[in-house]
Design a protein around this ligand. Structure first.
Ligand code: GLU
Length: 505
């Protein structure tokens, strides 16, 4: 068989905001496509109108764009295999449903919800399958005429796949190897509903993967139980030769490792489980997002890439290009990946360090505006260079650096008690004279001059530095003191020293 072009799809259902696990699925699909010069498709699986949530599709697209995972074909941008929204493909599916019915591989079923309920009560662990279907109201138990009459009368029906029991079905999974499930445990799943003239997920998913020439299906572990049915559907439709290769990714687990990561874990432990903030259109409830929480998309991507995969060594920091180069489906783990939120923060910290100060400044500007502060870009960049190693998030820059923009209005009381000595006012008064004459006002030089003066006068270095910091910052924090003086500049430094003297003496 000739090598097929790598075409993968991310196929979310627009039932709400994309969960972080879904983001990881999209990422792995993207990495795999890019490393094989393949196509990455975005298909929206919206055949379940009951679960459709307005805004979800837009949210998914915005999230992929924010993360830097652009798709080559799909909703909104089109492509030669469209439409890419399943609700717009109704007529395409009908033909294949008819084919299965014609081949006696599927059948009409007319059982009402009440009838199904009654059966469930009558038979413990009822399953619609070879052992029960002949007790039900379907085209296998009704005559051809009766069936036709019901349909002609507009009776609601579904089409079910006819699964023969007792066969081992093999799912060849790139991560899990040969997964074998006996067909006896499968039920005759609904493939189509006349009520909305739409196929169910299983049918639409298979037909679309086939028509869109998807060569690899990379998706979450929760879809593994559906895979044997999908293998059968490929066979029933005569497409076994072009059946995609499956890869079912490991689950994302709670930080404690017991069970699937849920939104509640995020609420409980204070981290987002969605890429972007989401406002529930019905309840108005807001769920926090990585973007709004101050994460850089590069950090989120790197963090997620390692939840279920590793490059075979202990390298952790990998940008998108490296991920594309190093990613390997066969190195994905079978067992679930614990969601280590602290690690996510660490990645964000690292990516902030890698960014140029001007890039960080651009991201920090909105926070400055929020504080009503104006400053030149050069000044902001300089400040950022001094504090960035202390932050995990852009917004924390303000906590670390607010004094660069606003002179202290008050002085931390505890520190004043401890650090403002009897002779501090007099000494800082002298220091002002020293600084006045200090030129250039650059960090190293100022440090030399000031320390020379302190030595000459035999003053206590620590006491003077502490008092100076209190005067400039208002609290016992901040970067190297002479980096602060250089950044503030001579005039501002002296005015702050003077003010402290006036207030505290
Ligand atoms: N629509 C399914 C989902 O929401 C797609 C599963 C698959 O990739 O086959 O995840």
């Amino acid at each position: 068989m000739t090598q097929r072009k790598v075409r993968v799809r991310f196929a979310p259902s627009p039932t709400g905001p994309l969960h972080i696990g879904g983001v990881r699925t999209a990422l792995y699909n993207y990495l795999f496509a890019k490393q094989n010069n393949g196509d990455f498709i975005l298909r929206i699986e919206d055949t379940d109108s009951q679960r459709f949530v307005p805004g979800a599709e837009e949210y998914i697209i915005e999230a992929l764009n924010w993360l830097g995972l652009p798709f080559d074909e799909g909703v909104g941008i089109g492509g030669s295999y469209g439409p890419y929204r399943q609700s717009e493909r109704k007529n395409i599916y009908k033909k294949y449903v008819a084919q299965l019915l014609g081949d006696d591989l599927a059948y009409y079923a007319f059982d009402t919800p009440e009838e199904l309920d009654a059966k469930r009560k009558e038979i413990a662990n009822f399953q619609y399958d070879a052992s029960t279907r002949l007790q039900m109201r379907n085209s296998l138990t009704l005559s051809r005429e009766e069936t036709d009459a019901l349909i002609a009368r507009g009776e609601k029906y579904v089409v079910r796949i006819k699964i023969e029991p007792g066969e081992d079905i093999h799912v060849n999974d790139l991560i899990r190897g040969d997964v074998v499930i006996n067909s006896s445990v499968l039920d005759d799943k609904v493939l189509y509903k006349s009520a909305d003239e739409l196929p169910t997920y299983h049918m639409a998913n298979i037909v679309d993967d086939h028509l869109m020439e998807v060569a690899h299906v990379i998706r979450g572990e929760e879809w593994l139980p559906s895979a044997p049915l999908h293998v059968l559907l490929y066979r029933y439709l005569g497409w076994t030769d072009t059946m995609p290769q499956f890869a079912h990714l490991p689950l994302l687990l709670k930080p404690e490792g017991n069970g699937k990561l849920s939104k509640r874990d995020g609420d409980r432990l204070g981290f987002p489980v969605f890429p972007l903030e989401w406002k529930d259109p019905k309840t108005g409830e807001i769920s926090s997002g990585y973007r709004e929480s101050g994460y850089l998309p590069e950090a989120v991507v790197n963090f997620l890439a390692l939840l279920g995969w590793n490059p075979g060594n202990d390298q952790e920091l990998m940008n998108m290009d490296e991920l594309v180069r190093l990613f390997d489906l066969s190195r994905c783990s079978k067992s679930g990946a614990k969601f280590d939120y602290e690690k996510g923060k660490w990645f964000n910290h690292e990516y902030i360090q890698q960014k140029e100060n001007n890039e960080i400044a651009a991201l920090f500007m909105p926070y400055l505006q929020e504080q009503g502060v104006t400053a030149t870009p050069e000044y902001v960049e300089k400040v950022i260079g001094l504090v960035k190693e202390r932050v995990n998030f852009i917004k924390e820059i303000w906590d670390q650096a607010s004094f660069f923009f606003l002179a202290p209005e008050s002085y931390d009381e505890k520190t004043v008690k401890k650090r403002w000595k009897e002779d501090s006012a007099a000494q800082l008064g002298e220091l002002i004279q020293v600084l006045q004459a200090c030129e250039p006002f650059e960090s190293h030089h100022t440090e030399e001059v000031v320390k020379g003066w302190i030595e000459e006068k035999q003053y206590h270095l620590g006491n003077i530095m502490n008092a100076t910091r209190l005067a400039l910052v208002g609290a016992p924090k901040g970067p190297h003191i002479f980096d602060i003086t250089e950044t503030l500049g001579k005039e501002e430094t002296i005015s702050r020293l003077q003010r402290a003297i006036d207030v505290l003496k």
